[in-house]
Design a protein around this ligand. Structure first.
Ligand code: G3P
Length: 218
C-alpha cells in the first residue's frame, strides 16, 4: 500500500517527504484554508516536493464549472489529479475529464455503490472517508473493506485511496485489507513512528556507547 500525505502545509510535506515515505499528496478546501498563500503556487511547490499524484480539489458546484476548473488545475503540473465530489454533477464532470485523459480522484465516498459509480464514470482514484464514517456511529474500516472488495473485479485501473485516516490503526487495517493507498495526516505519521520502547532502547544504547567511549578514553 502506498502512503500519501493529507495536507497542504508545505513545511509538514517537506519534512515528511524527507523521510522518503511519501508517494503522493492529497489536499482539500479545508486543508488549504489552514494555510496562507495563493493555491496555484502551493500546488506547484507540492509538486516539487513530492514526485507522485497530487490531488487538487475543485470548489465549483456545477459540472461545466467543475470541468473548467478541473482542466485549469490539471494544467498546473502533469502530476495533478483533479479531486471531484461524489455527486451526480461530479460523475458527469469526472466522465468528461477522464475522456480528456485527466486523472480524477472522486472524494467524499462512503459506500460501495458510490465507489462503483465513481469507477464506472472513469475515476482513477476513489477516496472512501474512514474517520468521518466512524464519526456518525458507523464502522469506517468495514465500509472501506466493502469498497475494496467491490472494486476487486472492476475492469479498470481504479485505485482505492483510504482517506479521513485518524490513527495508525486505520492505516494498518487499510494495508491489511489491500487498499491501494492511504492518505495520512502529518500527526498520524508521527504516531506511526513513535514507540516508547524504541525511545527507551535508543536512550540505553546511547548511554552505553558513551560509557564505553569514556572508559576507553580513561
Ligand atoms: O482529504 C480528505 C480527508 O482525508 C479528510 O479527512 O480528517 O477531514 O475527515 P478528515
Amino acid at each position: 500500500m502506498k502512503l500519501f500525505i493529507d495536507s497542504a502545509d508545505l513545511h509538514e510535506i517537506e519534512t515528511l517527504a524527507a523521510w522518503g515515505v511519501l508517494k503522493g499528496v492529497t489536499t482539500n478546501p479545508s486543508l488549504l484554508n489552514q494555510v496562507e498563500g495563493d493555491e496555484i503556487s502551493i500546488y506547484r511547490r507540492i509538486c516539487e516536493l513530492v514526485d507522485g499524484p497530487i490531488s487538487a480539489e475543485v470548489v465549483a458546484q456545477d459540472r461545466h464549472e467543475m470541468v473548467s476548473e478541473g482542466r485549469r488545475l490539471a494544467a498546473i503540473h502533469p502530476n495533478i489529479v483533479v479531486k471531484i465530489p461524489t455527486s451526480a454533477e461530479g460523475l458527469r464532470a469526472t466522465s468528461t475529464l477522464a475522456s480528456d485523459g485527466i486523472s480524477v480522484n472522486m472524494t467524499l465516498c462512503f459506500t460501495a455503490p458510490q465507489a462503483l459509480l465513481a469507477a464506472s464514470a472513469g475515476a482513477r482514484y476513489v477516496s472512501p472517508f474512514v474517520g468521518r464514517y466512524d464519526d456518525i456511529g458507523n464502522n469506517g474500516v468495514d465500509a472501506l473493506r466493502e469498497i475494496v472488495d467491490a472494486l476487486l473485479g472492476f475492469d479498470s485501473e481504479v485505485e482505492v485511496l483510504a482517506a479521513s485516516i485518524r490513527n495508525p490503526i486505520h492505516v494498518i487495517e487499510a494495508a491489511k485489507m489491500g487498499a491501494d493507498i492511504a492518505t495520512i495526516p502529518p500527526k498520524v505519521f508521527y504516531q506511526m513512528l513513535e514507540h516508547p520502547l524504541t525511545s527507551a532502547g535508543l536512550e540505553k544504547f546511547n548511554a552505553d556507547a558513551a560509557a564505553r567511549r569514556t572508559r576507553q578514553a580513561g
